[in-house]
Design a binder for this molecule. Structure first.
Ligand SMILES: [Zn+2]
Length: 305
């Protein structure tokens, strides 16, 4: 049996927002089965709690934001990706600022903190969204599709007119262990030539070589170089997992993306939710043994019952 998970105890992380440049403390608390991931701003007394749900997504320019206006929660995608990667379905998050801390630009810091905090099994079976019919969305020469598959598979292609990136394609089959090893360490990236423009737009104020891969016109300028040869497409998979976790369930389906971003991921999720004939919600017990194994946590993460 695979049970729903939360964290074993409360935990706090402090860092800066990549776009706001503001220091923020994120506190995570264990929560009950079937409550999902919920965020609340504590710096704004009137702020409402917002559930991590694709239908609550506001702006998607350069990050994924939950809600709109002054009490929105910005840049949720890397934290949500880490939670999905460890199969943590339920957690209550409080933040004293507008943006989830960027940490090192990947989800590895969140994975590390969650591993140290430990995971608790709840007394309720995990639920899966099994895709039964393909759904596809397109926008300006980019596309994203989800179609039936036993396990979550992400086939991602990115294309950048840059000699270090060019076209990168990677097919990732989900397991908690593969996520931790192959995806969680891949960092976000940006072009040096875009930094001034982003800063003028009020974005990337907290961006630095400590939390992003930065490229000049020819090469990566971070002194330690890349963590993976194809770190860029691996980060796209990390973002995709965070964004599709907003469907609210563990997924069984194959996602194919071409030059996709947060906007298109959200359009895909909304189309899925608006097409009830394309999915079924099932209990983990009706999946194959192999898929259930993929959602088991590796030995180095302590799980309490
Ligand atoms: Zn990202």
């Amino acid at each position: 049996m695979i049970y729903q998970r939360t964290i074993a105890k409360e935990v706090s992380i402090t860092g800066i927002g990549i776009h706001s440049g503001k220091k923020v403390t994120l506190k995570m608390y264990p929560s009950d089965a079937d409550t999902g991931v919920v965020f609340k701003r504590t710096d704004i007394p009137s702020a409402q709690a917002i559930k991590a749900d694709a239908r609550n997504v506001g702006p998607t320019r350069n990050n994924t934001t939950l809600g709109e206006g002054a009490d929105a929660i910005h840049t949720v995608e890397h934290l949500l990706s880490a939670l999905y990667g460890l199969g943590i379905d339920n957690v209550y998050c409080e933040m004293d600022g507008p943006e989830v801390p960027i940490m090192d630009g990947s989800s590895a810091s969140f994975v590390f903190v969650l591993k140290e905090t430990g995971v608790e099994n709840l007394n309720k079976t995990k639920k899966f969204m099994v895709i039964t019919e393909p759904v596809e969305v397109e926008h300006n020469g980019t596309f994203a599709r989800i179609e039936p598959s036993k396990n979550l598979i992400i086939d991602s292609t990115i294309v950048f007119a840059h000699p270090t990136i060019n076209t990168q394609k990677e097919i990732f089959e989900f397991s908690c262990e593969n996520y931790i090893q192959e995806i969680s360490r891949a960092r976000t990236f940006g072009m040096l030539r875009d930094v001034d423009m982003l800063k003028r737009m009020g974005l990337a104020k907290g961006g630095s070589l400590d939390n992003a891969i930065v490229l000049d016109d020819y090469k990566v300028i971070n002194q330690d170089g890349l963590r993976f040869r194809d770190e860029f497409v691996r980060h796209k998979i990390l973002d995709t997992i965070g964004d599709v976790s907003l469907l609210g369930y563990e997924l069984a389906g194959k996602i194919t993306t071409y030059k996709s971003g947060h906007y298109l991921h959200n359009v895909l999720c909304r189309k899925v939710l608006d097409t009830p004939s394309c999915f079924e919600i099932v209990s983990a017990s009706s999946l194959t043994q192999e898929v259930r194994e993929a959602h088991r946590l590796p030995q180095f993460i302590s799980v309490t019952n």
